[in-house]
Design a protein around this ligand. Structure first.
Ligand code: HMG
Ligand code: MG
Length: 319
């Protein structure tokens, strides 16, 4: 009984020191993209834009807007151009969009996106299901897309899915993640978001994966993206903070899921993340009350309660 308690308090101290040294944790809000892409009923463009505009008022610095993927593969994102154009963009906020190939890049450039995100997988199974190619093929595409995006002075972020487990391939070796991360960084991504797509990661498996990736990349080049399927997301985020990462992806109201990753539920809720970070003494620049309102807006529209404990707790006090 004593050992885990000691270990935990040591972790808490080192994570707190790590956070205080940097003090600011940047949150990448993915609710309007990851959160909505998996919802089978058509969500109107107005509601998507309304959600993003509300999120823009919360103090968040990075808000994913949509993805320029094939509408045959993800029909919910088919209104990508309109959503991007109609959002009331604020000066100090970055509004990245997902791009799988050159066609997506061209559409993103045409609409005026300043930041794109390429998305690959550390598992062959998800790569084939999600983007219809092998990991090696996806690296070739990403290299071309990134090189073209650089010519247009775009910022480029990278995702790696299934960094600890895959719905098709099971356990994923940390070395497979490091290999893809190293390639993406060498092509020109400024940051790689390491995703636990189906939320199977534990403190131990996430730590092992991070330790391997940190051999080839410094913590300031990495972000963590945790789905909360098994309720481990906050612990796994905490593990990443402890390793010195200061960028965390999350989704308002805990929305989220990948249509091609069976069993993937929502991301860690932004409200829960902000509450934890503020409790640790980190700054986020985010107004939690405004965030709760944005979460309510989309949850009311979807006629479901937010999958955020903090949202539910604070909302009952706000009434
Ligand atoms: P494909 O079928 O191999 O592609 O799909 P293709 O080149 O043969 O094209 C098929 C059709 O799609 C053609 O149209 C293309 O023009 C069109 P047709 O001739 O049949 O009328 N097409 C496009 N249309 C619009 N925009 C495009 C585009 N590309 C082709 N960019 C492809 C390959 C990559 C396109 C497809 O598999 C795809 O779109 N996949 C996206 C899947 C997706 O969006 N998944 C969710 C995002 S990833 C995620 O959620 C994980 C993440 O959150 C991290 C984590 O948690 O793990 C990021
Ligand atoms: Mg995701």
């Amino acid at each position: 009984m004593n050992l885990p308690r000691k270990l935990l308090s040591k972790s808490l101290v080192s994570a707190r020191q790590s956070i205080r040294n940097k003090s600011f944790v940047r949150i990448v809000e993915v609710g309007a993209r990851d959160g909505l892409q998996n919802i089978p009923t058509n969500i109107s463009t107005e509601v998507k834009v309304g959600l993003i505009n509300r999120l823009s008022e919360t103090g968040l610095k990075t808000i994913e807007v949509t993805s320029f993927v094939s509408p045959k593969w993800v029909p919910q994102m088919a209104d990508n151009t309109r959503v991007f154009q109609e959002v009331n963009k604020k000066k100090l906020i970055s509004y990245p969009v997902l791009v799988p190939n050159l066609k997506g890049l061209e559409a993103a450039i045409k609409v005026g996106a300043k930041e794109i995100t390429v998305f690959l997988s550390a598992s062959e199974g998800l790569s084939k299901k999600n983007i219809n190619c092998t990991i090696d093929e996806s690296l070739v595409t990403a290299k071309t897309v990134i090189s073209k995006a650089k010519e247009s002075n775009l910022k480029i972020r990278g995702y790696i899915s299934c960094t600890v487990g895959c719905p098709y391939d099971g356990y994923i070796k940390p070395a497979s993640v490091a290999k893809v991360a190293e390639a993406l960084l060498s092509y020109g991504c400024y940051e790689i978001s390491l995703a636990d797509t189906i939320g199977v990661g534990t403190r131990s498996s996430v730590e092992k994966m991070l330790e391997e990736v940190l051999i080839i990349a410094s913590p300031d080049k990495l972000a963590i993206h945790c789905h909360d399927t098994y309720g481990q997301a906050l612990v796994n985020v905490f593990t990443a903070l402890e390793k010195g990462l200061t960028v965390v992806d999350s989704s308002v109201a805990g929305l989220g899921g990948c249509p091609y990753a069976k069993g993937a539920t929502g991301n860690v809720a932004t409200e829960d993340l902000v509450y934890m970070l503020h409790g640790l003494g980190a700054e986020t620049g985010v107004d939690l009350n405004k965030l709760v309102e944005a979460g309510r807006f989309i949850s009311d529209y979807l006629e479901r309660p937010p999958a955020s404990r903090v949202n539910n707790a604070l909302f009952s006090k706000m009434k």
